[in-house]
Design a protein around this ligand. Structure first.
Ligand code: ADP
Ligand code: MG
Ligand code: MG
Length: 257
C-alpha cells in the first residue's frame, strides 16, 4: 500500500519545541483520528506535514512511499498528493473557487507542469466540477465565489470538501479546529468525506465533533499530549475521549502533560 510515514518528528515554532518525537504511519485506505487537548500540537503536525514555512523540523523524517517529503516545498507536497485545506480564513482577492480548483486540479494530475503551461481544458473541467457539485448537493453558484471571501464556517467546510472531491489526494489532513459548524453541517461534511474518500484516501481527521466520525469510522485513534502521540487505539478510544475528556490521559502520562 502507499504510505505516509512520520518518524520521530520534532518541530519547533519560533524556536520553541512543539512536537517532540511523533511517530505515525498512515496507509492509503485508512482513516486515522487525531485527538488531544487544545495546544497539544495537532495542528502543528498538520502544518509540518504540509510544509508550512513557520514550522521548523529539527529532527525526524516524513516519507511518502519512501520519498523524502521534507525535501519538497509546500506546492511540491500538494502535487505529490498530500492535502490540507487552508485553515485560517485566508481570502484570495480576485480568484474564484472554480479558477483556483482548475489550477490545483491540473497541478495534481500533472505534477511536472510549470506555471503558465496549459490547464485542464475548460469544458472538461466544467463538466467534472458540475458533476462533483451535483453529487455533493452544492449550488454551482458557489464555484463563482471568490476563494474564502466572507465564507461562513459551513461554506469554508464545503469549499474544503469540494477541493477534496476535485483533487482526490492520496492523503488528506482535515483539521476541524475553528469550525463553528452546526450539527447538520457536520453531518453533511461527514457523509461527503465518506463518499469522496471511500477506500482510496489515507485520511487524518483532527476533530472535536464526534459526529464527524459517524460516517468515517476511524481505523485508528491517536491521542496527542505535549507534542507526542501517547496512546493509539480503535474507535472505542475516540468515543471514550468524547465522553470522558482527557483526565485519564493526563494522569497516565504526567511527563507529557
Ligand atoms: P492544537 O492544534 O492541538 O490545539 P497547536 O498545534 O495549534 O495545538 O499548538 C501547539 C502549541 O504550539 C501551542 O502552544 C501553540 O501556542 C504553539 N503554536 C502553534 N502554532 C504556532 C504559531 N504559528 N506561532 C506560535 N506558536 C504556535
Ligand atoms: Mg478504510
Ligand atoms: Mg489545532
Amino acid at each position: 500500500a502507499e504510505t505516509l510515514k512520520i518518524t520521530n518528528l520534532h518541530v519547533s515554532v519560533e524556536g520553541k519545541p512543539i512536537l517532540r518525537g511523533v511517530n505515525l504511519t498512515i496507509n492509503r485506505g485508512e482513516i486515522h483520528a487525531l485527538m488531544g487537548p487544545n495546544g497539544s500540537g495537532k495542528s502543528t503536525l498538520g502544518n509540518a506535514i504540509m510544509g508550512h514555512p513557520n514550522y521548523e523540523v529539527t529532527e525526524g523524517s516524513i516519507e511518502l512511499n519512501g520519498e523524502d517529503v521534507l525535501a519538497m516545498d509546500a506546492s511540491e507536497r500538494a502535487r505529490a498528493g498530500i492535502f490540507m485545506a487552508f485553515q485560517r480564513p485566508m481570502s484570495v482577492p480576485g480568484v474564484k473557487m472554480a479558477d483556483f480548483l482548475r489550477h490545483a486540479t491540473t497541478n495534481v494530475r500533472n505534477p511536472r507542469r510549470k506555471e503558465g503551461e496549459e490547464l485542464i481544458p475548460m469544458r472538461q473541467f466544467r463538466k467534472e466540477l458540475t458533476e462533483k457539485m451535483d453529487q455533493l448537493k452544492m449550488d454551482v453558484e458557489f464555484a463563482r465565489r471568490y476563494v474564502n471571501d466572507g465564507f461562513s464556517g459551513g461554506e469554508m467546510k464545503r469549499a474544503e470538501i469540494l477541493q477534496l472531491a476535485m483533487l482526490r489526494p492520496k492523503f488528506a489532513i482535515l483539521d476541524e479546529t475553528d469550525s463553528g459548524l452546526d450539527v447538520d453541517a457536520v453531518k453533511l461534511a461527514s457523509q461527503s468525506i465518506a463518499e469522496i474518500g471511500g477506500s482510496e484516501m489515507g485520511i487524518l481527521i483532527i476533530t472535536h465533533h464526534d459526529k464527524l466520525l459517524d460516517y468515517n469510522t476511524p481505523d485508528y485513534t491517536h491521542v496527542m499530549l505535549g507534542g507526542r502521540i501517547v496512546e493509539t487505539g480503535g474507535v472505542e478510544l475516540a468515543r471514550e475521549l468524547y465522553t470522558e475528556g482527557y483526565d485519564r490521559i493526563r494522569a497516565a502520562y504526567p511527563e507529557a502533560a
